[in-house]
Design a protein around this ligand. Structure first.
Ligand code: NAP
Length: 536
Protein backbone atom coordinates (compact mmCIF):
# COMPACT_ATOMS: atom_id res chain seq x y z
CA UNK A 1 0.00 0.00 0.00
CA UNK A 2 1.44 3.38 -1.09
CA UNK A 3 0.78 6.75 0.48
CA UNK A 4 -2.85 7.87 0.76
CA UNK A 5 -4.07 10.09 -2.07
CA UNK A 6 -5.68 12.49 0.39
CA UNK A 7 -2.83 12.40 2.87
CA UNK A 8 -5.48 11.96 5.57
CA UNK A 9 -8.01 9.20 5.19
CA UNK A 10 -7.41 5.84 3.55
CA UNK A 11 -10.93 4.62 3.20
CA UNK A 12 -14.19 6.13 1.89
CA UNK A 13 -17.69 4.79 1.46
CA UNK A 14 -17.70 5.99 -2.13
CA UNK A 15 -14.90 6.83 -4.54
CA UNK A 16 -16.05 8.71 -7.63
CA UNK A 17 -13.92 9.03 -10.75
CA UNK A 18 -14.45 12.16 -12.82
CA UNK A 19 -15.53 15.74 -12.06
CA UNK A 20 -17.81 16.56 -14.97
CA UNK A 21 -21.62 16.71 -14.89
CA UNK A 22 -21.82 13.09 -13.71
CA UNK A 23 -19.25 13.35 -10.94
CA UNK A 24 -20.71 16.54 -9.49
CA UNK A 25 -24.26 15.14 -9.43
CA UNK A 26 -23.06 11.86 -7.94
CA UNK A 27 -20.97 13.53 -5.24
CA UNK A 28 -23.75 15.95 -4.29
CA UNK A 29 -26.30 13.17 -3.86
CA UNK A 30 -24.06 10.64 -2.11
CA UNK A 31 -22.65 13.22 0.27
CA UNK A 32 -26.13 14.51 1.11
CA UNK A 33 -27.15 10.92 1.84
CA UNK A 34 -24.42 10.87 4.50
CA UNK A 35 -21.72 8.80 2.79
CA UNK A 36 -18.05 9.66 3.05
CA UNK A 37 -16.90 10.42 -0.48
CA UNK A 38 -13.76 11.10 -2.45
CA UNK A 39 -13.93 12.35 -6.02
CA UNK A 40 -10.75 12.24 -8.10
CA UNK A 41 -10.07 13.67 -11.54
CA UNK A 42 -6.93 13.71 -13.66
CA UNK A 43 -7.58 17.27 -14.87
CA UNK A 44 -6.68 20.33 -12.80
CA UNK A 45 -10.23 21.28 -11.82
CA UNK A 46 -13.89 20.45 -12.32
CA UNK A 47 -15.55 20.41 -15.74
CA UNK A 48 -14.82 17.03 -17.32
CA UNK A 49 -15.44 17.20 -21.06
CA UNK A 50 -16.10 20.94 -20.81
CA UNK A 51 -12.64 21.53 -19.34
CA UNK A 52 -10.93 19.33 -21.93
CA UNK A 53 -12.80 20.56 -25.01
CA UNK A 54 -11.98 24.24 -25.25
CA UNK A 55 -11.63 24.56 -28.99
CA UNK A 56 -12.92 27.71 -30.75
CA UNK A 57 -16.67 27.55 -31.33
CA UNK A 58 -17.35 24.89 -28.69
CA UNK A 59 -20.86 25.05 -27.26
CA UNK A 60 -23.67 22.78 -26.22
CA UNK A 61 -26.47 22.04 -28.64
CA UNK A 62 -29.06 21.54 -25.88
CA UNK A 63 -31.21 24.29 -24.45
CA UNK A 64 -29.90 25.57 -21.08
CA UNK A 65 -32.78 24.45 -18.77
CA UNK A 66 -32.13 20.82 -19.69
CA UNK A 67 -28.38 21.22 -20.07
CA UNK A 68 -28.08 21.91 -16.36
CA UNK A 69 -29.21 20.30 -13.12
CA UNK A 70 -32.69 20.65 -11.71
CA UNK A 71 -31.99 19.12 -8.30
CA UNK A 72 -30.52 22.13 -6.51
CA UNK A 73 -32.82 25.14 -5.83
CA UNK A 74 -29.76 27.26 -4.98
CA UNK A 75 -28.08 26.56 -8.31
CA UNK A 76 -31.31 26.97 -10.28
CA UNK A 77 -32.09 30.31 -8.68
CA UNK A 78 -28.64 31.82 -8.57
CA UNK A 79 -27.00 30.80 -11.84
CA UNK A 80 -27.74 33.14 -14.75
CA UNK A 81 -27.43 31.64 -18.25
CA UNK A 82 -26.72 34.26 -20.92
CA UNK A 83 -27.39 32.23 -24.07
CA UNK A 84 -29.41 29.27 -25.19
CA UNK A 85 -27.00 26.64 -26.47
CA UNK A 86 -24.40 28.03 -24.09
CA UNK A 87 -20.78 28.44 -25.18
CA UNK A 88 -18.33 25.95 -23.67
CA UNK A 89 -16.77 28.58 -21.38
CA UNK A 90 -20.19 29.29 -19.87
CA UNK A 91 -20.93 25.60 -19.29
CA UNK A 92 -17.53 25.24 -17.63
CA UNK A 93 -18.19 28.28 -15.42
CA UNK A 94 -21.57 26.76 -14.50
CA UNK A 95 -19.92 23.51 -13.37
CA UNK A 96 -17.40 25.49 -11.32
CA UNK A 97 -20.30 27.39 -9.76
CA UNK A 98 -22.09 24.10 -8.94
CA UNK A 99 -18.95 22.79 -7.21
CA UNK A 100 -18.58 25.98 -5.18
CA UNK A 101 -22.23 26.60 -4.38
CA UNK A 102 -22.81 23.03 -3.23
CA UNK A 103 -19.52 23.10 -1.36
CA UNK A 104 -18.22 19.99 -3.09
CA UNK A 105 -14.56 20.86 -3.43
CA UNK A 106 -13.55 19.59 -0.01
CA UNK A 107 -14.24 16.04 -1.20
CA UNK A 108 -12.30 16.39 -4.44
CA UNK A 109 -8.70 15.79 -5.49
CA UNK A 110 -7.40 16.97 -8.86
CA UNK A 111 -4.42 15.98 -10.99
CA UNK A 112 -5.01 12.42 -9.79
CA UNK A 113 -4.90 9.89 -12.61
CA UNK A 114 -6.46 6.52 -11.81
CA UNK A 115 -4.49 3.58 -13.20
CA UNK A 116 -5.95 0.58 -11.41
CA UNK A 117 -8.99 -0.26 -9.33
CA UNK A 118 -9.17 -3.76 -7.89
CA UNK A 119 -11.90 -5.39 -5.82
CA UNK A 120 -10.35 -7.34 -2.96
CA UNK A 121 -11.63 -8.33 0.47
CA UNK A 122 -14.93 -6.50 -0.04
CA UNK A 123 -13.50 -3.14 -1.02
CA UNK A 124 -12.09 -1.34 -4.03
CA UNK A 125 -8.35 -0.64 -3.91
CA UNK A 126 -7.36 2.23 -6.16
CA UNK A 127 -3.88 3.20 -7.30
CA UNK A 128 -2.99 6.42 -9.09
CA UNK A 129 -0.25 7.43 -11.53
CA UNK A 130 1.73 9.25 -8.82
CA UNK A 131 1.93 6.11 -6.67
CA UNK A 132 -0.74 7.17 -4.20
CA UNK A 133 -3.64 4.93 -3.22
CA UNK A 134 -6.99 4.85 -1.54
CA UNK A 135 -9.86 2.45 -0.91
CA UNK A 136 -13.62 2.65 -1.20
CA UNK A 137 -16.55 0.36 -0.50
CA UNK A 138 -18.23 1.58 -3.66
CA UNK A 139 -16.54 2.64 -6.88
CA UNK A 140 -18.47 4.92 -9.22
CA UNK A 141 -17.27 5.73 -12.70
CA UNK A 142 -18.23 9.21 -13.85
CA UNK A 143 -15.60 9.31 -16.56
CA UNK A 144 -17.93 10.46 -19.31
CA UNK A 145 -18.59 8.94 -22.68
CA UNK A 146 -16.11 10.87 -24.81
CA UNK A 147 -12.87 11.10 -22.90
CA UNK A 148 -10.40 9.09 -24.95
CA UNK A 149 -9.32 11.05 -28.04
CA UNK A 150 -8.41 9.26 -31.24
CA UNK A 151 -6.00 10.64 -33.80
CA UNK A 152 -6.35 10.06 -37.54
CA UNK A 153 -4.78 6.90 -38.79
CA UNK A 154 -2.52 8.58 -41.37
CA UNK A 155 1.18 7.97 -41.91
CA UNK A 156 3.65 10.64 -40.86
CA UNK A 157 1.40 12.50 -38.44
CA UNK A 158 4.17 12.71 -35.84
CA UNK A 159 6.58 14.19 -38.36
CA UNK A 160 4.55 17.40 -38.75
CA UNK A 161 6.69 20.30 -37.54
CA UNK A 162 3.90 22.87 -37.41
CA UNK A 163 1.40 22.97 -34.54
CA UNK A 164 -0.55 19.73 -34.20
CA UNK A 165 -3.78 19.94 -32.19
CA UNK A 166 -6.63 17.66 -31.18
CA UNK A 167 -10.02 19.31 -30.60
CA UNK A 168 -10.25 17.76 -27.14
CA UNK A 169 -6.76 18.81 -26.04
CA UNK A 170 -6.86 22.48 -26.99
CA UNK A 171 -4.12 24.59 -25.35
CA UNK A 172 -5.45 26.23 -22.17
CA UNK A 173 -3.97 29.56 -23.21
CA UNK A 174 -5.60 29.34 -26.66
CA UNK A 175 -3.76 29.72 -29.93
CA UNK A 176 -3.47 32.64 -32.30
CA UNK A 177 -4.41 31.50 -35.80
CA UNK A 178 -4.24 34.97 -37.37
CA UNK A 179 -2.71 34.75 -40.82
CA UNK A 180 -1.98 31.03 -40.45
CA UNK A 181 -2.48 28.24 -42.99
CA UNK A 182 -4.64 25.76 -41.11
CA UNK A 183 -5.61 22.19 -41.99
CA UNK A 184 -8.69 20.57 -40.44
CA UNK A 185 -9.28 16.81 -40.37
CA UNK A 186 -12.62 15.71 -38.94
CA UNK A 187 -16.09 17.13 -39.51
CA UNK A 188 -18.17 15.67 -36.71
CA UNK A 189 -19.79 17.95 -34.13
CA UNK A 190 -16.37 19.24 -33.00
CA UNK A 191 -14.79 19.98 -36.39
CA UNK A 192 -17.84 21.68 -37.78
CA UNK A 193 -18.04 23.97 -34.75
CA UNK A 194 -14.35 24.81 -35.16
CA UNK A 195 -14.45 25.72 -38.86
CA UNK A 196 -16.72 28.82 -38.81
CA UNK A 197 -15.10 30.00 -35.57
CA UNK A 198 -11.54 30.02 -36.93
CA UNK A 199 -11.98 30.68 -40.65
CA UNK A 200 -12.30 34.49 -40.48
CA UNK A 201 -8.87 34.92 -38.89
CA UNK A 202 -6.88 32.32 -40.88
CA UNK A 203 -5.00 33.09 -44.08
CA UNK A 204 -6.18 29.77 -45.50
CA UNK A 205 -8.16 26.78 -44.25
CA UNK A 206 -7.86 23.41 -45.95
CA UNK A 207 -10.63 21.05 -44.86
CA UNK A 208 -9.96 17.35 -45.43
CA UNK A 209 -13.36 15.68 -45.58
CA UNK A 210 -13.86 11.92 -45.59
CA UNK A 211 -17.58 11.67 -44.98
CA UNK A 212 -19.95 14.63 -45.00
CA UNK A 213 -22.49 15.16 -42.23
CA UNK A 214 -26.10 16.39 -42.13
CA UNK A 215 -25.52 19.65 -40.26
CA UNK A 216 -28.49 21.48 -38.79
CA UNK A 217 -28.00 25.19 -38.28
CA UNK A 218 -28.45 26.80 -34.85
CA UNK A 219 -28.95 30.34 -33.69
CA UNK A 220 -27.81 31.47 -30.28
CA UNK A 221 -30.47 33.61 -28.68
CA UNK A 222 -29.54 35.71 -25.69
CA UNK A 223 -31.50 34.72 -22.58
CA UNK A 224 -33.49 37.70 -21.33
CA UNK A 225 -34.15 38.40 -17.63
CA UNK A 226 -37.84 37.61 -18.17
CA UNK A 227 -37.04 34.29 -19.78
CA UNK A 228 -34.57 33.36 -17.07
CA UNK A 229 -37.17 34.17 -14.39
CA UNK A 230 -39.81 32.12 -16.18
CA UNK A 231 -37.43 29.17 -16.59
CA UNK A 232 -36.62 29.28 -12.88
CA UNK A 233 -40.32 29.16 -12.05
CA UNK A 234 -40.98 26.35 -14.53
CA UNK A 235 -37.87 24.22 -14.06
CA UNK A 236 -39.77 21.25 -12.64
CA UNK A 237 -42.33 21.20 -15.46
CA UNK A 238 -39.59 21.54 -18.09
CA UNK A 239 -37.73 18.61 -16.55
CA UNK A 240 -40.87 16.49 -16.34
CA UNK A 241 -41.34 16.99 -20.08
CA UNK A 242 -37.68 16.19 -20.79
CA UNK A 243 -37.92 13.02 -18.67
CA UNK A 244 -40.94 11.95 -20.70
CA UNK A 245 -39.17 12.49 -24.03
CA UNK A 246 -37.15 9.62 -25.58
CA UNK A 247 -34.11 11.86 -26.08
CA UNK A 248 -34.36 13.83 -22.83
CA UNK A 249 -35.31 17.14 -24.44
CA UNK A 250 -38.15 19.56 -23.74
CA UNK A 251 -39.82 19.16 -27.10
CA UNK A 252 -43.23 18.12 -28.33
CA UNK A 253 -43.35 14.82 -30.22
CA UNK A 254 -45.13 15.58 -33.51
CA UNK A 255 -48.35 13.77 -34.35
CA UNK A 256 -47.47 13.02 -37.98
CA UNK A 257 -44.94 10.89 -39.76
CA UNK A 258 -43.06 12.48 -42.66
CA UNK A 259 -44.98 10.57 -45.29
CA UNK A 260 -48.38 11.18 -43.71
CA UNK A 261 -48.44 14.62 -45.29
CA UNK A 262 -48.12 15.72 -48.92
CA UNK A 263 -44.73 16.88 -50.25
CA UNK A 264 -45.60 20.56 -50.05
CA UNK A 265 -46.72 20.34 -46.42
CA UNK A 266 -43.64 18.22 -45.61
CA UNK A 267 -41.39 20.87 -47.06
CA UNK A 268 -43.21 23.63 -45.16
CA UNK A 269 -42.78 21.80 -41.85
CA UNK A 270 -39.11 20.99 -42.51
CA UNK A 271 -38.49 24.62 -43.45
CA UNK A 272 -40.15 26.07 -40.36
CA UNK A 273 -38.14 23.84 -37.98
CA UNK A 274 -34.96 24.41 -39.99
CA UNK A 275 -35.49 28.12 -39.36
CA UNK A 276 -36.03 27.46 -35.66
CA UNK A 277 -32.68 25.70 -35.68
CA UNK A 278 -30.90 23.10 -33.59
CA UNK A 279 -32.51 19.85 -32.55
CA UNK A 280 -36.01 21.19 -33.30
CA UNK A 281 -35.48 19.93 -36.85
CA UNK A 282 -34.77 16.35 -35.77
CA UNK A 283 -37.38 16.20 -33.00
CA UNK A 284 -40.26 18.50 -33.90
CA UNK A 285 -40.86 18.00 -37.62
CA UNK A 286 -42.11 14.40 -37.77
CA UNK A 287 -42.14 11.63 -35.20
CA UNK A 288 -40.46 9.05 -37.41
CA UNK A 289 -37.14 10.55 -38.62
CA UNK A 290 -35.30 8.13 -36.32
CA UNK A 291 -37.47 5.09 -36.94
CA UNK A 292 -38.54 5.06 -40.57
CA UNK A 293 -36.05 4.98 -43.41
CA UNK A 294 -38.35 6.77 -45.90
CA UNK A 295 -38.83 9.59 -43.36
CA UNK A 296 -35.09 9.75 -42.75
CA UNK A 297 -34.54 9.87 -46.54
CA UNK A 298 -36.98 12.78 -46.83
CA UNK A 299 -35.06 14.73 -44.18
CA UNK A 300 -31.78 13.87 -45.93
CA UNK A 301 -33.10 15.21 -49.23
CA UNK A 302 -34.31 18.41 -47.59
CA UNK A 303 -30.89 19.06 -46.06
CA UNK A 304 -29.08 18.27 -49.31
CA UNK A 305 -31.36 20.92 -50.90
CA UNK A 306 -30.32 23.41 -48.21
CA UNK A 307 -26.64 22.68 -48.83
CA UNK A 308 -27.06 23.27 -52.57
CA UNK A 309 -28.93 26.52 -51.83
CA UNK A 310 -26.32 27.86 -49.40
CA UNK A 311 -22.99 26.75 -50.89
CA UNK A 312 -22.23 28.75 -54.03
CA UNK A 313 -19.68 26.50 -55.70
CA UNK A 314 -21.64 23.50 -57.07
CA UNK A 315 -18.70 21.10 -56.82
CA UNK A 316 -18.14 21.98 -53.14
CA UNK A 317 -21.89 21.72 -52.50
CA UNK A 318 -22.02 18.20 -53.96
CA UNK A 319 -19.02 17.13 -51.87
CA UNK A 320 -20.83 18.38 -48.76
CA UNK A 321 -23.99 16.38 -49.54
CA UNK A 322 -24.02 13.04 -47.70
CA UNK A 323 -25.21 10.20 -49.90
CA UNK A 324 -23.78 7.08 -48.24
CA UNK A 325 -26.10 7.13 -45.23
CA UNK A 326 -29.26 8.96 -44.29
CA UNK A 327 -30.24 11.51 -41.63
CA UNK A 328 -29.81 10.19 -38.04
CA UNK A 329 -27.17 7.66 -39.18
CA UNK A 330 -24.77 9.77 -37.10
CA UNK A 331 -25.57 11.78 -34.02
CA UNK A 332 -27.16 14.87 -35.56
CA UNK A 333 -24.62 17.70 -35.30
CA UNK A 334 -25.64 21.32 -35.01
CA UNK A 335 -23.49 24.07 -36.49
CA UNK A 336 -23.60 27.79 -36.85
CA UNK A 337 -23.15 29.13 -40.40
CA UNK A 338 -21.19 25.97 -41.16
CA UNK A 339 -22.17 25.66 -44.82
CA UNK A 340 -21.85 29.43 -45.38
CA UNK A 341 -18.19 29.21 -44.34
CA UNK A 342 -17.38 27.31 -47.54
CA UNK A 343 -18.28 30.45 -49.51
CA UNK A 344 -15.20 32.20 -48.12
CA UNK A 345 -12.56 32.31 -50.85
CA UNK A 346 -9.76 31.08 -48.58
CA UNK A 347 -11.63 27.96 -47.35
CA UNK A 348 -10.94 24.89 -49.49
CA UNK A 349 -12.71 21.55 -49.22
CA UNK A 350 -10.63 18.51 -50.17
CA UNK A 351 -12.31 15.16 -50.72
CA UNK A 352 -10.32 12.48 -48.87
CA UNK A 353 -12.95 9.78 -49.33
CA UNK A 354 -12.20 9.04 -52.99
CA UNK A 355 -8.48 9.69 -52.39
CA UNK A 356 -7.49 9.28 -48.70
CA UNK A 357 -4.75 11.36 -47.13
CA UNK A 358 -1.52 9.85 -48.43
CA UNK A 359 0.91 11.22 -45.90
CA UNK A 360 1.59 13.97 -43.40
CA UNK A 361 5.00 15.55 -43.99
CA UNK A 362 6.90 17.99 -41.77
CA UNK A 363 5.40 20.81 -43.89
CA UNK A 364 1.81 19.74 -44.48
CA UNK A 365 -0.64 17.15 -45.74
CA UNK A 366 -0.29 15.20 -48.98
CA UNK A 367 -3.34 13.91 -50.83
CA UNK A 368 -2.42 12.01 -53.99
CA UNK A 369 0.20 14.11 -55.76
CA UNK A 370 -0.71 17.38 -54.05
CA UNK A 371 0.92 18.71 -50.89
CA UNK A 372 -1.01 21.29 -48.86
CA UNK A 373 1.51 23.35 -46.86
CA UNK A 374 0.24 24.12 -43.35
CA UNK A 375 1.30 25.97 -40.21
CA UNK A 376 -1.31 24.29 -38.01
CA UNK A 377 -3.07 20.92 -38.33
CA UNK A 378 -6.25 20.43 -36.30
CA UNK A 379 -7.54 16.89 -35.77
CA UNK A 380 -11.16 16.83 -34.70
CA UNK A 381 -11.21 13.09 -35.16
CA UNK A 382 -13.34 12.03 -32.24
CA UNK A 383 -13.13 9.55 -29.39
CA UNK A 384 -13.10 5.91 -28.41
CA UNK A 385 -16.61 6.48 -27.15
CA UNK A 386 -18.39 4.98 -24.14
CA UNK A 387 -16.03 2.09 -23.38
CA UNK A 388 -12.69 3.89 -23.97
CA UNK A 389 -12.37 5.49 -20.52
CA UNK A 390 -13.36 2.24 -18.79
CA UNK A 391 -11.04 -0.06 -20.71
CA UNK A 392 -8.04 2.31 -20.72
CA UNK A 393 -7.42 1.63 -17.04
CA UNK A 394 -7.33 -1.69 -15.21
CA UNK A 395 -10.66 -2.23 -13.52
CA UNK A 396 -10.26 -5.60 -11.86
CA UNK A 397 -13.27 -7.33 -10.36
CA UNK A 398 -13.72 -10.62 -8.54
CA UNK A 399 -11.20 -13.40 -9.25
CA UNK A 400 -8.92 -11.09 -11.22
CA UNK A 401 -11.47 -10.44 -13.99
CA UNK A 402 -10.49 -7.30 -15.94
CA UNK A 403 -13.35 -5.21 -17.39
CA UNK A 404 -11.50 -4.73 -20.69
CA UNK A 405 -11.26 -8.54 -21.08
CA UNK A 406 -14.83 -9.13 -20.03
CA UNK A 407 -16.02 -6.77 -22.80
CA UNK A 408 -13.53 -7.91 -25.46
CA UNK A 409 -16.22 -9.84 -27.34
CA UNK A 410 -19.25 -7.81 -26.42
CA UNK A 411 -20.45 -5.40 -23.76
CA UNK A 412 -22.45 -6.85 -20.92
CA UNK A 413 -24.12 -4.67 -18.27
CA UNK A 414 -27.40 -4.47 -16.43
CA UNK A 415 -29.07 -1.24 -17.60
CA UNK A 416 -25.64 0.21 -18.34
CA UNK A 417 -25.14 0.68 -14.59
CA UNK A 418 -23.51 -2.46 -13.24
CA UNK A 419 -21.42 -5.40 -14.49
CA UNK A 420 -21.39 -9.01 -13.31
CA UNK A 421 -18.07 -9.83 -11.66
CA UNK A 422 -17.62 -6.23 -10.43
CA UNK A 423 -19.39 -5.89 -7.07
CA UNK A 424 -20.35 -2.44 -5.81
CA UNK A 425 -19.16 -0.85 -9.02
CA UNK A 426 -21.53 1.60 -10.73
CA UNK A 427 -21.34 3.60 -13.94
CA UNK A 428 -22.95 6.94 -14.69
CA UNK A 429 -23.99 7.01 -18.37
CA UNK A 430 -22.09 3.79 -18.96
CA UNK A 431 -22.26 1.81 -22.20
CA UNK A 432 -25.83 0.69 -23.00
CA UNK A 433 -27.47 3.70 -21.30
CA UNK A 434 -29.84 5.90 -23.34
CA UNK A 435 -28.92 7.99 -26.34
CA UNK A 436 -30.02 11.29 -24.88
CA UNK A 437 -29.44 14.83 -23.87
CA UNK A 438 -27.12 13.78 -21.04
CA UNK A 439 -27.78 15.90 -17.93
CA UNK A 440 -31.22 14.26 -17.63
CA UNK A 441 -29.99 10.63 -17.33
CA UNK A 442 -26.97 11.86 -15.36
CA UNK A 443 -29.08 13.45 -12.62
CA UNK A 444 -31.59 10.61 -12.53
CA UNK A 445 -28.73 8.10 -12.52
CA UNK A 446 -27.04 9.80 -9.56
CA UNK A 447 -30.30 9.58 -7.62
CA UNK A 448 -30.79 5.92 -8.56
CA UNK A 449 -27.24 4.93 -7.59
CA UNK A 450 -27.55 6.78 -4.28
CA UNK A 451 -30.73 4.89 -3.40
CA UNK A 452 -29.15 1.61 -4.53
CA UNK A 453 -26.17 2.17 -2.24
CA UNK A 454 -28.51 3.07 0.63
CA UNK A 455 -30.29 -0.24 0.00
CA UNK A 456 -26.99 -2.13 -0.06
CA UNK A 457 -25.97 -0.56 3.25
CA UNK A 458 -29.34 -1.19 4.84
CA UNK A 459 -29.45 -4.83 3.82
CA UNK A 460 -25.75 -5.66 3.95
CA UNK A 461 -25.77 -6.76 0.30
CA UNK A 462 -23.18 -6.34 -2.41
CA UNK A 463 -24.79 -5.11 -5.64
CA UNK A 464 -23.67 -6.50 -8.96
CA UNK A 465 -25.53 -7.34 -12.19
CA UNK A 466 -26.67 -10.94 -12.42
CA UNK A 467 -25.54 -12.83 -15.56
CA UNK A 468 -29.21 -13.24 -16.59
CA UNK A 469 -29.84 -9.50 -16.34
CA UNK A 470 -26.84 -8.82 -18.58
CA UNK A 471 -28.13 -11.15 -21.30
CA UNK A 472 -31.62 -9.64 -21.00
CA UNK A 473 -30.25 -6.09 -21.30
CA UNK A 474 -27.93 -6.89 -24.23
CA UNK A 475 -30.95 -8.31 -26.10
CA UNK A 476 -33.07 -5.25 -25.21
CA UNK A 477 -30.37 -2.86 -26.42
CA UNK A 478 -29.99 -4.74 -29.67
CA UNK A 479 -33.73 -5.04 -30.28
CA UNK A 480 -34.38 -1.36 -29.51
CA UNK A 481 -31.58 -0.35 -31.88
CA UNK A 482 -32.96 -2.48 -34.69
CA UNK A 483 -36.21 -0.55 -34.52
CA UNK A 484 -34.41 2.65 -35.49
CA UNK A 485 -32.71 3.87 -38.63
CA UNK A 486 -29.59 4.38 -36.50
CA UNK A 487 -28.87 0.67 -36.70
CA UNK A 488 -28.35 0.21 -40.43
CA UNK A 489 -27.46 3.81 -41.17
CA UNK A 490 -25.12 4.04 -38.17
CA UNK A 491 -23.17 1.05 -39.44
CA UNK A 492 -22.94 2.58 -42.91
CA UNK A 493 -21.86 5.92 -41.45
CA UNK A 494 -19.27 4.27 -39.13
CA UNK A 495 -20.84 6.10 -36.20
CA UNK A 496 -19.16 6.22 -32.80
CA UNK A 497 -22.31 4.87 -31.13
CA UNK A 498 -21.51 1.60 -32.94
CA UNK A 499 -17.82 1.65 -32.08
CA UNK A 500 -17.37 1.80 -35.84
CA UNK A 501 -15.03 4.82 -35.74
CA UNK A 502 -12.28 2.86 -33.95
CA UNK A 503 -10.21 0.33 -35.82
CA UNK A 504 -10.57 -3.17 -34.33
CA UNK A 505 -13.37 -2.23 -31.91
CA UNK A 506 -16.27 -4.72 -31.99
CA UNK A 507 -19.26 -3.36 -33.90
CA UNK A 508 -22.14 -3.26 -31.45
CA UNK A 509 -24.55 -0.65 -30.22
CA UNK A 510 -22.99 1.27 -27.36
CA UNK A 511 -26.20 3.07 -26.44
CA UNK A 512 -29.82 2.17 -25.71
CA UNK A 513 -32.03 3.58 -28.47
CA UNK A 514 -35.35 2.64 -26.88
CA UNK A 515 -35.84 6.03 -25.23
CA UNK A 516 -34.96 7.61 -21.91
CA UNK A 517 -38.52 7.44 -20.58
CA UNK A 518 -38.74 3.66 -21.14
CA UNK A 519 -35.30 3.23 -19.62
CA UNK A 520 -36.25 5.18 -16.49
CA UNK A 521 -39.29 2.97 -16.12
CA UNK A 522 -37.05 -0.12 -16.16
CA UNK A 523 -34.74 1.46 -13.59
CA UNK A 524 -37.74 2.19 -11.37
CA UNK A 525 -38.88 -1.41 -11.75
CA UNK A 526 -35.45 -2.77 -10.75
CA UNK A 527 -35.64 -0.64 -7.62
CA UNK A 528 -39.22 -1.75 -6.88
CA UNK A 529 -37.96 -5.36 -7.14
CA UNK A 530 -35.42 -4.64 -4.39
CA UNK A 531 -32.63 -4.74 -6.94
CA UNK A 532 -33.14 -8.46 -7.54
CA UNK A 533 -31.36 -8.25 -10.89
CA UNK A 534 -28.35 -6.71 -9.09
CA UNK A 535 -28.10 -9.41 -6.41
CA UNK A 536 -26.33 -12.69 -7.06
P1 NAP B 1 -16.80 12.36 -34.52
O1 NAP B 1 -18.22 12.73 -34.62
O2 NAP B 1 -16.44 10.95 -34.26
O3 NAP B 1 -16.11 12.86 -35.87
C1 NAP B 1 -14.80 12.50 -36.20
C2 NAP B 1 -14.51 13.03 -37.56
O4 NAP B 1 -13.15 12.71 -37.89
C3 NAP B 1 -15.37 12.43 -38.66
O5 NAP B 1 -15.71 13.44 -39.57
C4 NAP B 1 -14.42 11.41 -39.31
O6 NAP B 1 -14.71 11.10 -40.64
C5 NAP B 1 -13.12 12.18 -39.21
N1 NAP B 1 -11.94 11.35 -39.40
C6 NAP B 1 -11.41 10.44 -38.55
N2 NAP B 1 -10.29 9.89 -39.09
C7 NAP B 1 -10.12 10.49 -40.29
C8 NAP B 1 -9.16 10.36 -41.32
N3 NAP B 1 -8.14 9.49 -41.23
N4 NAP B 1 -9.29 11.13 -42.43
C9 NAP B 1 -10.30 11.99 -42.55
N5 NAP B 1 -11.24 12.17 -41.60
C10 NAP B 1 -11.16 11.41 -40.49
O7 NAP B 1 -16.04 13.22 -33.38
P2 NAP B 1 -16.43 14.63 -32.74
O8 NAP B 1 -16.73 15.63 -33.80
O9 NAP B 1 -15.39 14.97 -31.74
O10 NAP B 1 -17.81 14.37 -32.03
C11 NAP B 1 -17.98 13.24 -31.18
C12 NAP B 1 -19.22 13.44 -30.35
O11 NAP B 1 -18.95 14.42 -29.34
C13 NAP B 1 -20.43 13.99 -31.06
O12 NAP B 1 -21.15 13.04 -31.80
C14 NAP B 1 -21.22 14.52 -29.88
O13 NAP B 1 -21.85 13.47 -29.22
C15 NAP B 1 -20.12 15.09 -28.99
N6 NAP B 1 -19.96 16.54 -29.27
C16 NAP B 1 -21.05 17.33 -29.02
C17 NAP B 1 -20.97 18.68 -29.29
C18 NAP B 1 -22.17 19.53 -29.04
O14 NAP B 1 -22.51 20.37 -29.82
N7 NAP B 1 -22.87 19.35 -27.97
C19 NAP B 1 -19.80 19.24 -29.80
C20 NAP B 1 -18.71 18.39 -30.03
C21 NAP B 1 -18.81 17.04 -29.77
P3 NAP B 1 -15.70 9.90 -41.03
O15 NAP B 1 -17.09 10.40 -40.75
O16 NAP B 1 -15.44 9.65 -42.44
O17 NAP B 1 -15.35 8.73 -40.14
Amino acid sequence: MGRSVTGVSEHFDCVIIGAGFSGLAMLAHLRDAGFTCLLVDRQEDVGGTWRANRYPGVRTDSDYPIYSFSFSPEVRNEWRWTQRYAPGAEVLAYLEFVADRLDLRGDMRFGVDLRRAEFQDGRWHLSFADGSTTTGTYLISCMGILDDPIWPDVPGLDSFTGTLLHSSQWPREGIDLTGKRVGLIGLGSSGLQILPAIAPECAEVVVFQRQPNYVVDSTFFPVTDEEMDRTRREYDEIWERAKAHPFGVDMVIPAHGALDVDPEERRRIFESKWQEGGHHFANETFHDLATDSAASDAASEFIRGKIREIVKDPHTAELLCPTDYSFNGKRVPTGHRYYETYNLPHVHLIDVKSQPITLVTPAGVVVGETEYPLDVLICATGFDAMTGPLTRIDIVGRDGLVLRDKWANGIRTNLGISVHGFPNFFMSIGPQTPYSNLPVPIQLGAQWVTRAIQFAERTGTELEATPESEEWWAAEVDAAGRETVMYEEGLKAKAWFFGANVRGKPRELLVYMGGGQKYQEMCRQAEADDYASFRN
